[in-house]
Design a protein around this ligand. Structure first.
Ligand code: NDP
Length: 279
C-alpha cells in the first residue's frame, strides 16, 4: 500500500475541489514551539503539501523559552481569527508546557488534528467533527486498496488517544463495521491475538514487534509505529518477514506518514466547510 501515491491523489483531489469552488481562501495555521528538528521537518512538509492542495498557510514559531501564557495567547488569537480555518499545534511541546491547556483553546471546528476532548467526544458520539489525522489516514488507505472491513476482525496495537483509541473507534463505526480488539502493553499472548486478525494496525512504537508469526496469511498489515535507528526509520512491523505472508502491507517510511499529512489537509477543507466556506 503506497502511502505516497495515495497522498498525492488526495492532494490533487483537494486542489481540484478548491479550484472548482473558485479558490476561496482556506488557511491552515501551524504553531511550532521549540527547536525539535523532526517537528520542524513535519511542519515544513505540511506547509508544502498545503500549498499543493491550494490552501494558504500561516506559521507561528515560538522559542523553547516561551511561557505557557505566551503559547496560549498565540493559539487564542488564531482561534478568534475568522481568516484561519484550521489550527495545528505541533506536539510534543517542550517540557514544562501543558499541552492539554493549549489544545483546550482550539475550537472543535478548527481542530484539524482532531485531538481536543470535544473532537474526541464527537467521534465517540458519532457526531460530525474532525478526526485525528493518522487513524483517518489508515482508513483512507484501507478504502483506497479496497481492503474489506465489514464483519472482519481488526486488531489495533496501541491505545493512545493520538492513534490507537481513535483508530479502534473508526474501525468499529457503522460503515466500517469491523470487530475490533484494542491491544496494548498488558495484552496477554499478542501473537495469538494478532494471528486471528484480518487487519492489524501496529501503533506501539516498538521496532519490528510484528513478525510473520503474528500475521494470518492474506491479512492487511498497517504500520504506524516510528522508531529511529542507526539504519534510519523503522516501523513496528518486520516488513521483510511479514511481506510474503500479508495480503496488503504498508512500507515504513512511505505508508502511514504521508497519509497523515493528506488527512490533515482533508481536515482543513472539512474545517472550512464547518465554518461556512463553500468548497
Ligand atoms: P504512545 O507511546 O502514546 O502509545 C503507545 C501505545 O503502544 C500504548 O498504548 C502502549 O501500551 C502500547 N505499547 C507499547 N509497547 C507495547 C508492546 N510491546 N506491546 C503492545 N503494546 C505496546 O505512542 P503514540 O500512540 O503516540 O504513537 C505510536 C507510534 O506511532 C509511535 O512510534 C509514533 O512515533 C508513531 N506515530 C506515527 C505517525 C505516522 O504518521 N505514521 C503519527 C503519530 C505517531 P500501554 O498503553 O499499555 O502503555
Amino acid at each position: 500500500m503506497d502511502g505516497n501515491q495515495a497522498r498525492d491523489e488526495i492532494v490533487a483531489s483537494l486542489a481540484a475541489t478548491v479550484l472548482a469552488a473558485g479558490s476561496p481562501e482556506i488557511c491552515l495555521a501551524t504553531v511550532l514551539v521549540g527547536e525539535d528538528p523532526p517537528s520542524r521537518v513535519y511542519v515544513r512538509n505540511k506547509q508544502r503539501k498545503a500549498a499543493e492542495a491550494g490552501l494558504q498557510s500561516r506559521h507561528v514559531e515560538l522559542s523553547s523559552a516561551a511561557t505557557q501564557s505566551e503559547v496560549e495567547a498565540v493559539v487564542a488569537e488564531l482561534a478568534g481569527d475568522p481568516a484561519v480555518h484550521g489550527i495545528l499545534v505541533q506536539l510534543p511541546l517542550p517540557d514544562g508546557l501543558d499541552a492539554e491547556r493549549v489544545l483546550d483553546l482550539i475550537p472543535p471546528e478548527k481542530d484539524v488534528d482532531g485531538l481536543t476532548e470535544r473532537s474526541m467526544g464527537r467521534l465517540v458520539r458519532g457526531r460530525p467533527g474532525l478526526v485525528p489525522c493518522t487513524p483517518l489516514g489508515v482508513m483512507r488507505l484501507l478504502e483506497r486498496y479496497q481492503v474489506p472491513t465489514v464483519g472482519r476482525r481488526a486488531v489495533v496495537v496501541g491505545r493512545s488517544t493520538l492513534v490507537g483509541l481513535p483508530m479502534a473507534l473508526l474501525l468499529a463505526q457503522k460503515g466500517a463495521d469491523a470487530t475490533v480488539t484494542l491491544a496494548h502493553s498488558r495484552t496477554a499472548d499478542m501473537v495469538a491475538v494478532c494471528a486471528e486478525a484480518d487487519i492489524i494496525v501496529a501503533a506501539a512504537g516498538q521496532a519490528k514487534m510484528i513478525t510473520a508469526a503474528h500475521v494470518r496469511p492474506g491479512a492487511a498489515v498497517i504500520d504506524v509505529g516510528i522508531s529511529r535507528s542507526e539504519a534510519g526509520i523503522v516501523g513496528d512491523v518486520d516488513f521483510d518477514a511479514v511481506e510474503p505472508v500479508a495480503g496488503w502491507i504498508t512500507p515504513m517510511p512511505g505508508g502511514t506518514g504521508p497519509m497523515t499529512i493528506a488527512c490533515l489537509l482533508e481536515n482543513t477543507v472539512t474545517a472550512a466547510r464547518l465554518q461556512g466556506v463553500r468548497v
